[in-house]
Design a protein around this ligand. Structure first.
Ligand code: NI
Ligand code: MN
Length: 227
């Protein structure tokens, strides 16, 4: 069974019977996370979209504890190798696709910024198109709305879009993004973690239902969607 679990904020787990892939882990110091980094069940790959602390915070500790491979843009991959001493790291870049034991990962553009917690340059921010068990999942990650989303994620099975506003697109632009991409299902992310990015996800879902052809799925923190 393939499923997608929301860890809160931009953090997700995609898994099937053999693999568990973690995206943008932010558990320690996250007021909405239900588990700490040391309570996370074993993962084998960790995808990092960009360098901000709320996406990389727990990645090195988890990678070392689980013998997991970090996948990130080249600059961030180098940072994990050289400054965090993570053993297994794969660097890639935007537009590239990587074949992994569970399926494939394509790195997509994102309109955002990317500086690592120690001030190091994190390269360009990214999103991911993950294909697992023939299901295509687009993680837009931290980004503004941009029309090229359609080129990368047209008609995906599942789109995960930020709705928090302020640091990423908000509800209005995520509805527009959903119209562009036309996913079967769409899930909100990157909201509710702190007061400045509080959003009414039910209001968002009502708008998706009335203005697009996608099915909105609002998960609670820790809840899963079977794919
Ligand atoms: Ni960010
Ligand atoms: Mn963020």
């Amino acid at each position: 069974m393939t499923k997608l679990t929301w860890l809160s904020h931009g953090g997700w787990i995609v898994e099937n019977d053999e693999h568990r892939i973690l995206i943008d882990p932010f558990l320690t110091d996250n007021p909405t996370a239900l588990i700490s980094a040391d309570q996370l069940q074993n993962v084998d790959h960790i995808l990092i979209s960009h360098g901000h602390f709320d996406h990389v915070a727990d990645a090195a500790v988890i990678a070392k504890g689980h013998d997991a491979t970090i996948v990130a843009i080249y600059e961030i991959a180098e940072w994990f190798t050289n400054t965090q001493h993570v053993q297994s790291v794969i660097g890639m870049n935007i537009g590239g696709q990587l074949e992994l034991p569970f399926g494939s990962v394509k790195m997509t553009p994102a309109l955002h910024s990317s500086q690592l917690p120690d001030g190091a340059y994190g390269g360009e921010p990214a999103g991911f198109l993950v294909t697992i068990d023939k299901t295509r999942i687009y993680f837009a990650c931290d980004t503004a709305l941009f029309s090229d989303m359609k080129l990368y994620a047209d008609n995906v099975d599942v789109a995960v879009l930020p709705i928090g506003d302020l640091f990423t697109m908000g509800i209005e632009d995520s509805v527009t993004a959903t119209k562009l991409i036309n996913p079967k299902k769409v899930l909100p992310a990157h909201y509710g973690t702190w007061p400045p990015i509080a959003q009414d996800a039910n209001h968002w879902a009502d708008r998706i239902r009335s203005e697009t052809d996608a099915e909105p799925i609002v998960l609670q923190v820790g809840e899963s969607l079977e794919l």
